[in-house]
Every structure is written in C-alpha cells, then in structure tokens.
Design a protein around this ligand. Structure first.
Ligand code: SF4
Length: 348
C-alpha cells in the first residue's frame, strides 16, 4: 500500500493535539505520567523516580540502521534517545544515558530545538520515521515537541519505542499521534522484573499497555517499500537462564493479542552495566537457549515478525560517550566509520 498521512497532522488541524499536550502537561504538576505515580511537581522541576523535570532530556539523535527492517529501511530510523528511564534494568545497554541522571541534566532541550532536530532527521538525513526511545516518562514533552514540529513540516510516522512499562492513561493520549508502537515484553515474572529492573507489577502493566497499543494501531501495515506505516511490533529480548519467560510471554501474545501480531525476537543480550555482577545475567545467551525460543515461537503459533541472528550481541552495544554516532563501529581495514546494519530476518 502507499504511504498514509500520519494521524498527528489531522489532530493538529483540529486543535486536538494542542488539547492533548495541555492535558498531559497539567498532569506534570502532580506527576502520574507513568505508573510509578510519584506525584512530584515536574513543572516546578521537582524530581521523581525518573529524575526528569519539565524539559525533555535528549541524550542522542541519530539515524539508526540496526532496527527491524520495516523501521530502519534503507535510510535509517530517525532516533531520538530520551535520557533517564522509569525502569532500572541491571543489564541496560543504554545505561550511560538511562541511569546517570546527573550527567543527563545537561542534555535538557527546549521544545523548539527538539522539533528542529526532528525535521533534521526527516529532511536532511531522509529518515523514514521519528523513533522515540524510552519515552514513557516524557509523554507530555513528546506531544509538545510534535505540536511544535508539525508547522515546520513534520510528516513521517512516529514510533514509540519503550520498555513496555507504560501507563495506559498516558497511552490513551497518544491515540492517533503514534503510528507504530515498538514495546518490549521483557518478563513473564514479577519476581524477576522487580529484582532485575526495579519494576513492580511489570507483567500486568506491560500486558495492559500492549493491549492498549494494539487497540490503537492494530497489526503492522507497511508501504510498497516494506516500511512501517502503522501497527504494533512487540520486541522480546531473550535473556539467559530463562529469565525472560519466553514460553509464557509468546503464548500470551498469541492467545491474548493475536497469532498474527508482529513479533521481533532479539538475541543481542549482552551483560552490560551491573549484569556482570548478577550471576544469572552474567553471560550472553547460548545457542541452545536461542534455538529453544525459536521452537517456542513456532509452538505458540506466532506467524509474523523477525528473528535476530545469533552473534548480534557485541555489534549492538551503543557508546553514548563516543564522538558522533552511538552505533558507529570503526571499519577494520580503512579506519572508516560504518554503522551496524540490521541483523533481523523474517520468520520463514
Ligand atoms: S514519569 Fe517520572 S516522576 Fe512521573 S510518575 Fe513516572 S517516574 Fe514518577
């Protein structure tokens, strides 16, 4: 099918996008934007669990070529990495920007500048979409930035790329704004979610969030070039020692969402950050664990999506302190900078 107009353009025209931004911003006065419900006044720069005040924190902006093929396409996904997080994953590969809030404070950006950066990704780099990474604690700021960017000419689909620890009340304000939801489904056990991500009731909350996302955007729709225009893609990162609860999560997706929902199985787990000190998380996944998840995928009857090839772990480690692109790797021979390509293949 041909490209469709992004929903936020009509919402802007009717004034609804402005109303959504205002409604969301009013909730920052006693913050309940995510399900931690800290009730701090972020409009007065008080800090809750996410250590984020009023202005968005933008830790990196780049064209990302390592996402799923429907997201990265040939020109890359226009990625906006928000700083800080509402989870504390012991193995977070983005920990430099997600769990070092004192450093991130200097990355606060005003809304107009963020809107201009989105236009830079769309117009100068030719990215296929704007991909907001870790947006759960910045939902009002995301909508405000889109409101600023529409009159500048923003038109590409917006991707909401989260850990799945999202509050349904906030997601409802994004109905029609976000075209593609790209959540993780990290755990099927609240015990592991609490222990390794400091996230209470993760399973209930993430499943409710995924159902709401699916209600809004439905199954993945791509254009004639295979680029995502609308829909849900659920990511499942295989963790060592069965910590991700793959069997339960994949079965739940097939039964409670749909056997035709698009799923992205990720093998890139690497024991970053504090994971080396956590016995169960201190290694990459084995071939046997990888094969077992592929078997479970088939057994669950899930039909659509991608599987990341084995051996992707080190290629996908970003370095947000490196000059230039966080995913750049120096080419061995020429000393040139290359970007890691997508390593996903479609289900067969
Ligand atoms: S967005 Fe931040 S301050 Fe607000 S409830 Fe969540 S963690 Fe707390």
């Amino acid at each position: 099918m041909l490209s469709m107009e992004s929903g936020y353009i009509a919402l802007y025209g009717s004034g609804e996008l402005k109303r959504r931004a205002e409604r969301l911003e009013s909730r920052l006065a006693s913050c309940d934007i995510c399900l931690r419900e800290c009730r701090v006044n972020r409009l007065q720069n008080e800090l809750g669990f996410c250590h984020s005040a009023y202005l968005p924190i933008v830790s990196a902006i780049c064209s990302h070529h390592g996402e799923e093929p429907a997201i990265s396409g040939s020109k890359g996904s226009g990625t906006v990495f928000f700083g800080n997080c509402n989870m504390r994953c012991a193995y977070c590969q983005n920990h430099q920007i997600s769990q070092d809030w004192k450093k991130q404070k200097s990355k606060e950006m005003d809304f107009h500048k963020l809107a201009e950066q989105m236009l830079y990704l769309q117009d100068e780099l030719g990215c296929h979409n704007i991909n907001f990474v870790s947006p759960s604690h910045f939902v009002p700021q995301l909508v405000r930035a889109v409101l600023e960017a529409v009159p500048l000419g923003l038109r590409v689909p917006l991707v909401y790329n989260s850990s799945g620890y999202d509050y349904v009340a906030s997601l409802k304000e994004l109905d029609g704004v976000i075209s593609v939801y790209l959540p993780d489904l990290r755990y099927a056990s609240d015990k592991w979610a609490r222990k390794f991500s400091k996230a209470r009731n993760y399973v209930t909350y993430a499943r409710a969030a995924i159902k709401e996302m699916y209600r809004q955007v439905g199954e993945l729709v791509v254009d004639e070039f295979g680029l995502a225009q609308r829909g849900l893609i659920v990511r499942h990162l295989i963790l060592p020692n069965g910590i991700a609860g793959s069997e339960e999560s994949l079965t739940w997706l097939a039964r409670e969402v749909s056997p035709t929902v698009t799923v992205s199985i990720m093998s890139q787990y690497y024991p970053s950050h504090k994971a080396q000190r956590r016995h169960l998380l201190s290694r990459t996944i084995s071939e046997a664990e990888y094969s077992e998840v592929l078997r479970l995928l088939e057994e669950a009857g899930l039909e659509n999506g991608w599987v990341q090839e084995m051996g992707a772990a080190e290629n996908y480690l970003p370095d947000f302190e490196r000059e230039g692109h966080p995913f750049a790797v120096a080419a061995q021979m020429q000393g040139e900078v290359t970007l890691n390509p997508s390593s996903f293949s479609a289900f067969v």
